[in-house]
Every structure is written in structure tokens, then in C-alpha cells.
Design a protein around this ligand. Structure first.
Ligand SMILES: [Zn+2]
Length: 91
């Protein structure tokens, strides 16, 4: 009877060892893949070119941030704002 228990214990220990080996073998490199930097792009409202925050000329106009491909576009946009906004005649 004791022999049966010992054999059972050996089986149990063997099972535990196998189980721990199996879990240790699991590859940890499952978190590779989505390496998207998520670079935000902004559209130049003047010429329609898409720019990133790194390359853009950022102008604060009309209380908002606007992204331009160049100073030319920024100036143009600023002019448009000046033209379109109803300027107060009495200043
Ligand atoms: Zn532009």
C-alpha cells in the first residue's frame, strides 16, 4: 500500500516538474508586433500637404494651432484670416 502511495507521489512530482518545464518553455516574445509610433499628421490648410509635428511650421492663429508646410503657407493663411474676418471699422 505504501508502495502505491510512493509511486503516486513520484508521478505527482514528475507531473509537477513537467508542468514547470512546460511553462518555462513558453516564449516571452509574444509582445512584439504593433510597433507603430503613431506619428500624428496635420493637414496644411493652405496647400493640403500633410505634415508631422516635427516638420511642420506651427502657427498660433485665431487661438488655434495650425500646422503648415512652410512659412509661405503660414503667411498666406494669416492673410486669408485677415481678409475673411470682419475687421471692426472702429478701432
Ligand atoms: Zn503648405
Amino acid at each position: 500500500m505504501i508502495r502505491f502511495l510512493v509511486i503516486g507521489l513520484l508521478f505527482y512530482i514528475g507531473y509537477r516538474i513537467l508542468a514547470s518545464l512546460g511553462s518555462a518553455k513558453k516564449p516571452l516574445s509574444s509582445q512584439s508586433g504593433s510597433r507603430d509610433h503613431g506619428v500624428d499628421t496635420y493637414r496644411d490648410p493652405v496647400c493640403g500637404v500633410y505634415v508631422t509635428e516635427e516638420t511642420a511650421i506651427i502657427g498660433r492663429l485665431d487661438g488655434q494651432r495650425h500646422y503648415f508646410c512652410s512659412m509661405n503657407c503660414l503667411e498666406k493663411y494669416r492673410e486669408q484670416l485677415d481678409h475673411s474676418s470682419p475687421s471692426n471699422p472702429e478701432e
